[in-house]
Design a protein around this ligand. Sequence first.
Ligand code: DLL
Length: 433
Amino acid sequence: MTDIFMFDRTAETMPCDDIAALQCKRVMNTLGRAYEKVPHYKRAFDAAGVKPDDFKTLDDLQRFPFTVKTDLRDNYPFGMFAEPRETLMRLHASSGTTGKPTVVGYTPADVELWTNLMARSLACAGALPGDIVHNAYGYGLFTGGLGAHYGAERLGCTVVPVSGGGTERQVILLEDFAARVICATPSYALNIAEVAARQGVDLRTLPVSIGVFGAEPWSDALRGELEDKLGLKAVDIYGLSEILGPGVAMECHVEQAGLHAWEDHFIFETIDPETLEPVPDGEPGELVITTLTKEALPMVRYRTRDITRLSDEPCSCGRTHRRILRITGRDDDMLIIRGVNVYPSQVEAVLVGLPGIAPHYQFVVTQDGPMTALRVEVEADAAMDDDARTAKAAEVQHHIKSIVGVTCEVAVMDIGAVPRSEGKAVRVRDLRK
Ligand code: DLL
């Protein structure tokens, strides 16, 4: 790694054994602090009959209880913090579908850690000191905007803190400021590309050449579409508020084949969400993360609900951290339609690139007697008469059935009828409740 970076990059290429030794040392600290400072962890460890001292080797982590989102809700707002509220520098929150938000807190050291990991992540994406970074992640309680902002500044970039929304203006700024890097959700990047086309701006001719896309599931098919429409290299970024925010794992621009999970600061496991037993690398499972260096909000075996696979295939970029393969979706977004498990991103992969269909879609879920029924609303990419629409719907339905294995109704809507996103896309309208 070159030394033009203003943060330490040696950990990215550490030998795997050294990473494991570091994890072992650091996790003892997390377990001890959680047990001593957070009543929830004391109760949970005691109920499971384990003490921090029982941890001797990394395998022992499996003896410790999981933490789940409702633990944060039950201790709302500050009950999970391991440091006094007065010492915190920042609060963020993510809104749930029901009730109170999930609140997370950061000490100055936590913000410093986050900043460095985001700088590391942006460099991994191919960003360089001196680049202009157009940051279209939302600023506010959502961690995307400020997380990318601090990281880009630490990397030595010039940040355009545009946030989400005002899409016409986004296009003007991309053109006038000539950013080399754009940060956005993939669905919002697609929206920007569509608005640019309407404004007569061809984004492919602009200097923007790296897209740092994440915060929601997306498919390799959409990656191809975004690379084509924006004329850039699209890389995936992963993170969640409960663990840090963006910058927990990042795809490298070299292989674009899964996200390097920053194992010097987190331990990653995958489990079967039903049996809670570990699943081997390469098999799909729910991602479970333990923080190693967070002060305010230590997380022990946090069940993310995100379904992915871990890979220890070496990467030609030289980074040694194992990779998280593309996240197919959240366990709680998975639908079971006539016995078939289906995630929105699987259907996205079918739709993108189908002739006559725009890459915008939404699932509408209804109850049909004892069965759950799925209607997939897609959009025509040009005006269509009723006969053409019916034929197109049958074609899309056939593709979904043959590739994803699920039978669903398909509605081909007018251009613009599927809602556009300015942040995380709403992929599912559940009318069952
Ligand atoms: O979405 C943090 C973030 C901001 C990540 C900007 C990347 C870029 P939350 O709002 O707490 O935090 O939502 C976290 O979003 O558990 C996943 O379900 C989903 N998610 C995040 N990144 C990806 C990704 C931010 N690359 C939740 N692929 C996570 C798929 C993702 N899903």
